[in-house]
Design a protein around this ligand. Structure first.
Ligand SMILES: CC(C)(COP(=O)(O)OP(=O)(O)OC[C@H]1O[C@@H](n2cnc3c(N)ncnc32)[C@H](O)[C@@H]1OP(=O)(O)O)[C@@H](O)C(=O)NCCC(=O)NCCS
Length: 188
């Protein structure tokens, strides 16, 4: 188990004995503003607890160096959101196995935790883990071009904009016409 700490947060890795974190995911994904650039709509609790959580736990077992860390304030223990290193492949490489020397960095915070620098602080920490402990060569991230808060995090942690590209969606979210962006950071 690799829990991490930052100046203001405890980052606790999701593991099978912490299945109660599914409720925290449901709280987060129940907010339409949090989901605005992801699915555009809140995710029902049952989808998270019955489907997403078991998928994540299976992924955690298969990729023990990566994972999803749940963030709690060190002062008050309050849940803030999560950070992750995921074994996914960038758009355009669907069907490929994820390379074992790269991971997608992700983050999702409760609305009450926005605007305080937590996302930048936590993302820096999981990227340090990716390079220094997991031995990865590349960390990348993808979001809608119009998700400026997310791009702000990518830029503050030193990631480079690699490309803007377009994906076809049957039911596109507002802003899809501006495309998707991919950022990356290579091990120094
Ligand atoms: C993406 C997301 C995590 C970004 O959150 P955020 O609060 O904008 O990012 P940070 O935590 O890095 O905070 C930066 C802001 O806090 C301010 N700030 C305050 N105190 C700070 C501190 N000590 N250190 C750094 N920044 C601080 C910064 O000035 C900045 O404000 P600004 O946006 O007005 O310029 C958040 O919008 C979110 O959870 N969105 C929903 C999920 C999502 O879209 N995830 C990404 C999908 S790819």
């Amino acid at each position: 188990m690799t829990d991490l700490t930052t100046e203001r947060m405890e980052l606790r890795l999701l593991t099978a004995d912490r299945a109660e974190y599914g409720e925290l995911m449901a709280e987060l994904d129940g907010d339409p503003e949090v989901m605005r650039f992801i699915t555009g709509t809140p995710t029902p609790r049952a989808d998270i607890v019955d489907r997403e959580l078991p998928t994540l736990l299976a992924r955690q077992a298969a990729y023990p160096k990566l994972g999803r860390w749940f963030a709690f304030g060190r002062e008050d223990g309050a849940f803030l959101g999560w950070f992750e290193l995921a074994p996914t492949v960038p758009e355009g490489r669907e069907g490929e196995q994820p390379a074992d020397d790269e991971a997608e960095v992700g983050y999702r915070l409760l609305r009450s935790a926005w605007g305080s620098g937590y996302a930048t602080e936590g993302t820096r920490r999981v990227i340090a883990h990716a390079f220094d402990t997991a031995g990865l060569r590349r960390v990348w991230a993808q979001t809608m071009a119009v998700n400026l808060p997310s791009r702000g995090v990518m830029e503050r942690v030193g990631m480079t904009h690699l490309r803007t590209f377009h994906v076809h969606f049957d039911d596109p979210l507002p802003g899809t016409e501006h495309g998707e962006v991919e950022y990356e950071l290579l091990r120094p």
